[in-house]
Design a protein around this ligand. Structure first.
Ligand code: AMP
Length: 392
Protein backbone atom coordinates (compact mmCIF):
# COMPACT_ATOMS: atom_id res chain seq x y z
CA UNK A 1 0.00 0.00 0.00
CA UNK A 2 1.37 3.42 -0.97
CA UNK A 3 0.55 6.48 1.10
CA UNK A 4 1.59 10.04 0.42
CA UNK A 5 2.05 12.61 3.16
CA UNK A 6 1.60 16.23 2.19
CA UNK A 7 2.61 19.36 4.05
CA UNK A 8 1.41 22.52 2.32
CA UNK A 9 2.86 25.84 3.45
CA UNK A 10 1.82 29.29 2.27
CA UNK A 11 4.32 29.21 -0.63
CA UNK A 12 5.51 25.63 -0.58
CA UNK A 13 4.44 22.01 -0.69
CA UNK A 14 6.39 19.08 0.71
CA UNK A 15 5.54 15.48 0.02
CA UNK A 16 6.80 12.01 0.90
CA UNK A 17 5.57 8.82 -0.73
CA UNK A 18 5.79 5.70 1.44
CA UNK A 19 5.49 2.00 0.74
CA UNK A 20 3.75 1.05 3.95
CA UNK A 21 4.45 -2.69 3.85
CA UNK A 22 8.00 -1.92 5.00
CA UNK A 23 7.55 1.77 5.95
CA UNK A 24 10.11 2.96 3.43
CA UNK A 25 10.09 6.34 1.77
CA UNK A 26 10.07 5.77 -2.01
CA UNK A 27 10.38 9.44 -2.94
CA UNK A 28 10.14 12.84 -1.33
CA UNK A 29 10.14 16.36 -2.61
CA UNK A 30 9.88 20.03 -1.90
CA UNK A 31 8.04 22.49 -4.18
CA UNK A 32 9.07 26.06 -3.46
CA UNK A 33 7.87 29.53 -4.47
CA UNK A 34 4.31 28.35 -5.06
CA UNK A 35 2.29 31.48 -5.93
CA UNK A 36 5.52 33.47 -6.39
CA UNK A 37 7.54 33.93 -9.60
CA UNK A 38 10.59 31.68 -9.90
CA UNK A 39 9.07 28.41 -8.71
CA UNK A 40 11.14 25.23 -8.57
CA UNK A 41 11.08 21.77 -7.06
CA UNK A 42 13.48 19.10 -5.90
CA UNK A 43 12.50 15.45 -5.82
CA UNK A 44 14.62 12.76 -4.20
CA UNK A 45 14.20 9.33 -5.74
CA UNK A 46 16.47 6.29 -6.13
CA UNK A 47 19.43 8.10 -4.54
CA UNK A 48 19.13 10.95 -7.05
CA UNK A 49 18.09 14.55 -6.53
CA UNK A 50 16.07 15.95 -9.43
CA UNK A 51 15.67 19.72 -9.64
CA UNK A 52 13.52 21.65 -12.11
CA UNK A 53 12.33 25.22 -12.44
CA UNK A 54 8.61 25.45 -13.08
CA UNK A 55 6.13 28.25 -12.48
CA UNK A 56 3.42 27.28 -9.99
CA UNK A 57 0.89 30.10 -9.64
CA UNK A 58 -1.04 28.18 -6.97
CA UNK A 59 -1.20 24.89 -5.05
CA UNK A 60 -3.45 23.28 -7.69
CA UNK A 61 -0.67 23.65 -10.26
CA UNK A 62 1.97 22.51 -7.77
CA UNK A 63 -0.03 19.31 -7.15
CA UNK A 64 -0.53 18.78 -10.91
CA UNK A 65 3.23 19.10 -11.46
CA UNK A 66 3.94 16.77 -8.53
CA UNK A 67 1.57 14.03 -9.77
CA UNK A 68 2.83 14.40 -13.33
CA UNK A 69 6.48 13.98 -12.23
CA UNK A 70 5.66 10.98 -10.04
CA UNK A 71 4.70 9.23 -13.27
CA UNK A 72 7.20 10.76 -15.72
CA UNK A 73 10.10 10.03 -13.35
CA UNK A 74 8.93 6.42 -13.06
CA UNK A 75 8.24 6.66 -9.30
CA UNK A 76 4.79 5.15 -9.87
CA UNK A 77 3.23 3.90 -13.08
CA UNK A 78 -0.29 5.17 -12.43
CA UNK A 79 -1.99 7.50 -9.97
CA UNK A 80 -4.14 4.51 -8.93
CA UNK A 81 -1.11 3.32 -6.98
CA UNK A 82 -1.64 6.11 -4.42
CA UNK A 83 -3.97 4.46 -1.92
CA UNK A 84 -4.37 7.38 0.48
CA UNK A 85 -3.04 10.85 1.25
CA UNK A 86 -2.36 12.23 4.74
CA UNK A 87 -2.25 16.00 5.15
CA UNK A 88 -0.41 17.86 7.86
CA UNK A 89 -2.77 20.39 9.39
CA UNK A 90 -1.34 22.91 11.84
CA UNK A 91 -4.35 23.57 14.02
CA UNK A 92 -7.16 21.29 15.09
CA UNK A 93 -8.30 23.61 17.89
CA UNK A 94 -9.81 21.84 20.90
CA UNK A 95 -11.93 19.64 18.65
CA UNK A 96 -9.40 17.14 17.28
CA UNK A 97 -7.43 14.97 19.68
CA UNK A 98 -6.40 12.56 16.93
CA UNK A 99 -6.03 12.30 13.18
CA UNK A 100 -9.25 11.96 11.17
CA UNK A 101 -10.49 11.07 7.71
CA UNK A 102 -11.29 14.31 5.88
CA UNK A 103 -15.00 14.94 5.33
CA UNK A 104 -16.89 18.13 4.51
CA UNK A 105 -17.51 18.75 8.18
CA UNK A 106 -13.80 18.24 9.02
CA UNK A 107 -12.94 20.81 6.33
CA UNK A 108 -15.41 23.22 7.92
CA UNK A 109 -13.67 22.81 11.26
CA UNK A 110 -10.21 23.31 9.73
CA UNK A 111 -11.51 26.52 8.13
CA UNK A 112 -12.96 27.62 11.47
CA UNK A 113 -9.60 27.07 13.21
CA UNK A 114 -7.88 29.21 10.55
CA UNK A 115 -8.94 32.10 12.75
CA UNK A 116 -6.56 30.83 15.46
CA UNK A 117 -3.85 29.79 12.95
CA UNK A 118 -4.05 32.40 10.17
CA UNK A 119 -0.51 31.71 8.96
CA UNK A 120 -0.86 27.95 8.64
CA UNK A 121 -4.38 26.53 8.28
CA UNK A 122 -5.27 28.47 5.07
CA UNK A 123 -2.17 27.01 3.37
CA UNK A 124 -3.03 23.52 4.63
CA UNK A 125 -6.57 23.96 3.25
CA UNK A 126 -5.18 25.04 -0.14
CA UNK A 127 -3.05 21.88 -0.19
CA UNK A 128 -5.95 19.59 0.73
CA UNK A 129 -8.26 21.13 -1.87
CA UNK A 130 -5.61 20.89 -4.58
CA UNK A 131 -4.98 17.18 -3.89
CA UNK A 132 -8.73 16.49 -3.63
CA UNK A 133 -9.20 18.09 -7.05
CA UNK A 134 -6.49 15.93 -8.60
CA UNK A 135 -7.34 12.68 -6.77
CA UNK A 136 -11.09 12.91 -6.09
CA UNK A 137 -11.53 9.23 -5.19
CA UNK A 138 -8.55 8.79 -2.90
CA UNK A 139 -9.22 8.79 0.87
CA UNK A 140 -7.50 11.62 2.70
CA UNK A 141 -6.75 12.31 6.33
CA UNK A 142 -5.88 15.35 8.41
CA UNK A 143 -3.07 14.92 10.93
CA UNK A 144 -3.04 17.82 13.37
CA UNK A 145 0.03 19.37 14.98
CA UNK A 146 -2.06 20.21 18.03
CA UNK A 147 -3.84 16.87 18.54
CA UNK A 148 -1.16 15.21 20.71
CA UNK A 149 -1.44 18.01 23.27
CA UNK A 150 -5.19 17.69 23.82
CA UNK A 151 -4.53 15.47 26.85
CA UNK A 152 -3.15 18.44 28.83
CA UNK A 153 -4.98 19.29 32.04
CA UNK A 154 -6.90 22.54 32.09
CA UNK A 155 -4.45 23.76 34.72
CA UNK A 156 -1.72 23.57 32.10
CA UNK A 157 -3.63 24.97 29.14
CA UNK A 158 -5.53 27.83 30.76
CA UNK A 159 -4.03 31.34 30.87
CA UNK A 160 -4.64 33.54 33.92
CA UNK A 161 -6.46 36.22 31.93
CA UNK A 162 -10.22 36.97 32.08
CA UNK A 163 -11.92 33.58 31.78
CA UNK A 164 -14.43 34.89 29.25
CA UNK A 165 -11.63 35.13 26.64
CA UNK A 166 -11.23 31.38 26.93
CA UNK A 167 -14.99 30.87 26.68
CA UNK A 168 -15.63 33.38 23.90
CA UNK A 169 -12.46 33.10 21.80
CA UNK A 170 -10.95 29.73 22.79
CA UNK A 171 -7.80 31.50 23.99
CA UNK A 172 -5.77 28.77 25.70
CA UNK A 173 -2.54 26.86 25.21
CA UNK A 174 -2.68 24.43 22.28
CA UNK A 175 0.94 23.39 21.71
CA UNK A 176 2.51 22.34 18.39
CA UNK A 177 4.96 19.75 16.95
CA UNK A 178 2.45 17.13 18.10
CA UNK A 179 3.09 14.80 15.17
CA UNK A 180 6.79 14.77 16.05
CA UNK A 181 6.07 14.10 19.73
CA UNK A 182 3.70 11.32 18.80
CA UNK A 183 6.36 9.66 16.62
CA UNK A 184 9.22 10.14 19.09
CA UNK A 185 7.28 9.02 22.17
CA UNK A 186 6.20 5.83 20.37
CA UNK A 187 9.79 5.23 19.24
CA UNK A 188 11.01 5.75 22.81
CA UNK A 189 8.52 3.19 24.14
CA UNK A 190 9.71 0.78 21.45
CA UNK A 191 13.40 1.23 22.34
CA UNK A 192 12.89 0.97 26.09
CA UNK A 193 10.34 -1.83 25.73
CA UNK A 194 7.80 -0.09 27.98
CA UNK A 195 5.13 2.53 27.45
CA UNK A 196 4.55 3.49 31.09
CA UNK A 197 7.30 6.08 30.89
CA UNK A 198 7.79 9.62 32.10
CA UNK A 199 9.82 11.54 29.57
CA UNK A 200 10.78 15.02 28.46
CA UNK A 201 11.18 15.42 24.71
CA UNK A 202 13.11 18.40 23.33
CA UNK A 203 12.07 19.07 19.73
CA UNK A 204 14.66 21.71 18.96
CA UNK A 205 15.04 22.88 15.37
CA UNK A 206 14.61 26.29 13.81
CA UNK A 207 11.27 26.27 15.62
CA UNK A 208 11.37 24.41 18.89
CA UNK A 209 9.40 23.24 21.87
CA UNK A 210 9.65 20.96 24.87
CA UNK A 211 7.04 18.39 25.87
CA UNK A 212 6.40 16.50 29.09
CA UNK A 213 5.01 13.05 28.28
CA UNK A 214 3.56 10.48 30.69
CA UNK A 215 2.43 7.03 29.52
CA UNK A 216 2.59 8.25 25.90
CA UNK A 217 0.35 11.26 26.57
CA UNK A 218 1.16 14.96 26.69
CA UNK A 219 1.13 16.47 30.18
CA UNK A 220 2.50 19.89 29.27
CA UNK A 221 4.30 21.64 26.42
CA UNK A 222 6.12 24.91 25.92
CA UNK A 223 4.42 26.40 22.86
CA UNK A 224 1.14 28.10 23.63
CA UNK A 225 -1.82 29.64 21.85
CA UNK A 226 0.62 30.16 18.99
CA UNK A 227 4.10 28.80 18.22
CA UNK A 228 5.63 32.05 19.52
CA UNK A 229 5.60 30.96 23.16
CA UNK A 230 8.13 28.78 24.96
CA UNK A 231 11.86 28.39 24.35
CA UNK A 232 14.14 30.75 22.42
CA UNK A 233 14.04 29.72 18.72
CA UNK A 234 15.82 30.59 15.47
CA UNK A 235 13.86 33.79 14.92
CA UNK A 236 11.21 33.62 17.67
CA UNK A 237 11.63 35.19 21.08
CA UNK A 238 9.89 32.46 23.07
CA UNK A 239 8.12 33.63 26.23
CA UNK A 240 8.58 37.29 27.14
CA UNK A 241 6.73 39.87 29.18
CA UNK A 242 3.72 40.84 26.99
CA UNK A 243 3.87 44.47 28.17
CA UNK A 244 7.03 44.89 26.04
CA UNK A 245 4.69 44.90 23.02
CA UNK A 246 3.19 48.32 23.72
CA UNK A 247 6.58 49.80 24.65
CA UNK A 248 8.07 48.80 21.28
CA UNK A 249 4.92 50.00 19.50
CA UNK A 250 5.38 53.45 21.03
CA UNK A 251 9.16 53.69 20.67
CA UNK A 252 9.45 52.26 17.15
CA UNK A 253 6.13 53.53 15.73
CA UNK A 254 4.92 50.02 14.90
CA UNK A 255 1.43 48.58 15.17
CA UNK A 256 0.65 45.49 17.27
CA UNK A 257 0.94 42.95 14.46
CA UNK A 258 4.23 44.47 13.31
CA UNK A 259 5.66 44.00 16.82
CA UNK A 260 4.40 40.41 16.94
CA UNK A 261 6.12 39.93 13.59
CA UNK A 262 9.38 41.21 15.15
CA UNK A 263 8.95 38.64 17.93
CA UNK A 264 8.28 35.92 15.33
CA UNK A 265 10.82 36.76 12.64
CA UNK A 266 13.59 38.97 14.02
CA UNK A 267 14.12 37.66 17.53
CA UNK A 268 15.55 34.49 19.06
CA UNK A 269 19.05 33.42 17.98
CA UNK A 270 18.91 35.94 15.11
CA UNK A 271 17.82 38.88 17.23
CA UNK A 272 20.32 38.28 20.01
CA UNK A 273 23.32 37.33 17.87
CA UNK A 274 22.68 39.76 15.03
CA UNK A 275 24.41 37.11 12.89
CA UNK A 276 21.99 34.33 11.90
CA UNK A 277 18.97 32.27 12.87
CA UNK A 278 20.94 29.12 12.02
CA UNK A 279 22.39 27.49 15.11
CA UNK A 280 25.54 26.41 13.24
CA UNK A 281 26.36 29.99 12.20
CA UNK A 282 25.81 31.23 15.73
CA UNK A 283 28.00 28.42 17.15
CA UNK A 284 30.72 29.41 14.66
CA UNK A 285 30.38 32.98 15.89
CA UNK A 286 31.00 31.75 19.43
CA UNK A 287 34.19 30.01 18.26
CA UNK A 288 35.34 33.29 16.69
CA UNK A 289 34.83 35.07 20.02
CA UNK A 290 31.59 36.90 19.13
CA UNK A 291 30.08 37.82 22.52
CA UNK A 292 26.55 38.28 21.21
CA UNK A 293 26.62 34.83 19.60
CA UNK A 294 27.66 33.42 22.97
CA UNK A 295 24.82 35.28 24.67
CA UNK A 296 22.33 33.95 22.07
CA UNK A 297 23.44 30.32 22.55
CA UNK A 298 23.54 30.66 26.34
CA UNK A 299 20.04 32.17 26.40
CA UNK A 300 18.75 29.43 24.09
CA UNK A 301 20.27 26.67 26.22
CA UNK A 302 19.00 28.31 29.41
CA UNK A 303 15.45 28.44 28.05
CA UNK A 304 15.53 24.73 27.19
CA UNK A 305 16.93 23.89 30.63
CA UNK A 306 14.23 25.96 32.37
CA UNK A 307 11.46 23.93 30.74
CA UNK A 308 13.20 20.62 31.43
CA UNK A 309 13.51 21.62 35.11
CA UNK A 310 9.84 22.65 35.28
CA UNK A 311 8.63 19.46 33.61
CA UNK A 312 10.95 17.29 35.71
CA UNK A 313 9.11 18.59 38.77
CA UNK A 314 5.67 18.34 37.12
CA UNK A 315 6.30 14.72 36.18
CA UNK A 316 7.88 13.91 39.56
CA UNK A 317 11.14 12.76 37.97
CA UNK A 318 11.72 11.21 34.56
CA UNK A 319 12.77 7.93 32.99
CA UNK A 320 14.11 9.54 29.80
CA UNK A 321 15.22 12.78 28.24
CA UNK A 322 15.07 12.85 24.43
CA UNK A 323 16.60 15.21 21.87
CA UNK A 324 15.11 15.49 18.39
CA UNK A 325 14.77 17.82 15.30
CA UNK A 326 17.57 19.73 13.54
CA UNK A 327 19.55 20.92 16.56
CA UNK A 328 18.51 18.10 18.89
CA UNK A 329 19.61 15.45 16.39
CA UNK A 330 22.69 17.15 14.98
CA UNK A 331 24.03 19.41 17.71
CA UNK A 332 26.20 17.49 20.22
CA UNK A 333 27.51 20.79 21.63
CA UNK A 334 24.04 22.10 22.44
CA UNK A 335 23.00 18.73 23.91
CA UNK A 336 26.02 18.69 26.15
CA UNK A 337 25.50 22.31 27.27
CA UNK A 338 21.86 21.52 28.15
CA UNK A 339 22.68 18.33 30.05
CA UNK A 340 25.60 19.95 31.92
CA UNK A 341 23.07 22.26 33.54
CA UNK A 342 20.99 19.27 34.65
CA UNK A 343 23.76 17.82 36.84
CA UNK A 344 21.84 18.57 40.04
CA UNK A 345 19.09 16.22 38.78
CA UNK A 346 21.68 13.49 38.24
CA UNK A 347 21.08 13.45 34.45
CA UNK A 348 24.36 12.85 32.61
CA UNK A 349 25.49 11.93 29.12
CA UNK A 350 28.53 10.04 27.86
CA UNK A 351 30.59 12.53 25.85
CA UNK A 352 31.81 9.88 23.40
CA UNK A 353 28.34 8.47 22.74
CA UNK A 354 27.07 12.04 22.41
CA UNK A 355 29.37 12.61 19.45
CA UNK A 356 26.65 11.56 17.04
CA UNK A 357 24.52 13.25 14.39
CA UNK A 358 21.14 12.29 13.01
CA UNK A 359 21.21 8.74 14.36
CA UNK A 360 19.06 7.01 16.94
CA UNK A 361 21.51 6.69 19.85
CA UNK A 362 21.49 6.05 23.58
CA UNK A 363 23.88 8.73 24.90
CA UNK A 364 23.33 8.01 28.60
CA UNK A 365 26.31 8.05 30.96
CA UNK A 366 26.66 4.97 33.17
CA UNK A 367 25.82 6.90 36.34
CA UNK A 368 22.90 8.95 34.97
CA UNK A 369 19.60 9.07 36.89
CA UNK A 370 17.62 8.94 33.63
CA UNK A 371 18.19 7.63 30.14
CA UNK A 372 19.14 10.19 27.48
CA UNK A 373 18.46 9.50 23.80
CA UNK A 374 18.87 11.12 20.43
CA UNK A 375 15.81 10.03 18.39
CA UNK A 376 15.50 11.41 14.85
CA UNK A 377 11.95 12.50 14.28
CA UNK A 378 9.93 11.57 11.18
CA UNK A 379 6.74 13.58 11.00
CA UNK A 380 6.05 12.46 7.41
CA UNK A 381 6.15 8.78 8.34
CA UNK A 382 3.93 9.47 11.36
CA UNK A 383 1.37 11.14 9.06
CA UNK A 384 1.49 8.11 6.73
CA UNK A 385 1.15 5.65 9.65
CA UNK A 386 -1.85 7.49 11.08
CA UNK A 387 -3.37 7.58 7.60
CA UNK A 388 -2.84 3.83 7.17
CA UNK A 389 -4.55 3.15 10.51
CA UNK A 390 -7.52 5.30 9.50
CA UNK A 391 -8.07 3.98 5.98
CA UNK A 392 -7.33 0.32 6.63
P1 AMP B 1 14.82 21.89 11.66
O1 AMP B 1 13.91 23.09 11.76
O2 AMP B 1 14.38 20.76 12.54
O3 AMP B 1 15.11 21.49 10.27
O4 AMP B 1 16.23 22.37 12.28
C1 AMP B 1 16.99 23.39 11.72
C2 AMP B 1 18.07 23.80 12.73
O5 AMP B 1 18.94 22.68 12.96
C3 AMP B 1 18.95 24.96 12.27
O6 AMP B 1 19.07 25.93 13.31
C4 AMP B 1 20.28 24.28 12.06
O7 AMP B 1 21.33 25.15 12.36
C5 AMP B 1 20.26 23.15 13.07
N1 AMP B 1 21.29 22.19 12.76
C6 AMP B 1 21.39 21.36 11.70
N2 AMP B 1 22.57 20.70 11.74
C7 AMP B 1 23.22 21.12 12.86
C8 AMP B 1 24.49 20.84 13.47
N3 AMP B 1 25.30 19.97 12.91
N4 AMP B 1 24.80 21.47 14.61
C9 AMP B 1 23.97 22.36 15.19
N5 AMP B 1 22.77 22.67 14.66
C10 AMP B 1 22.41 22.08 13.52
Amino acid sequence: MKIMSVNAGSSSLKFSLFEMSNETCIASGYFERVGIEGGFYTIKFNGEKIKEEVEMPNHVVAVEVLLDRLISLGIISSLDEIDAVGHRVAHGGDKFDKSVVITDSVMEDIRRFAEIAPLHNPANIAGIEAVQKALPNVPMTAVFDTAFHQTMDKLNYIYAIPYEYYEKYSIRKYGFHGTSYSYVSKKLAEIVGRDDLKSIICHIGSGGSICAVKNGKCVNTSMGYSPLDGIVMGTRSGNIDPSITTVIMDKEGLNASEVISVFNKKSGLLGLSGVSNDCRDVENGVKEGNERCKLAIDKFVQSVVNYIAQYYVELGGIDALVFTAGIGENGPEIRSQVVEKLACLGIKIDSEKNNVRGKLTDITADDSSAKVFVIPTDEELMIAKDTLDLVR
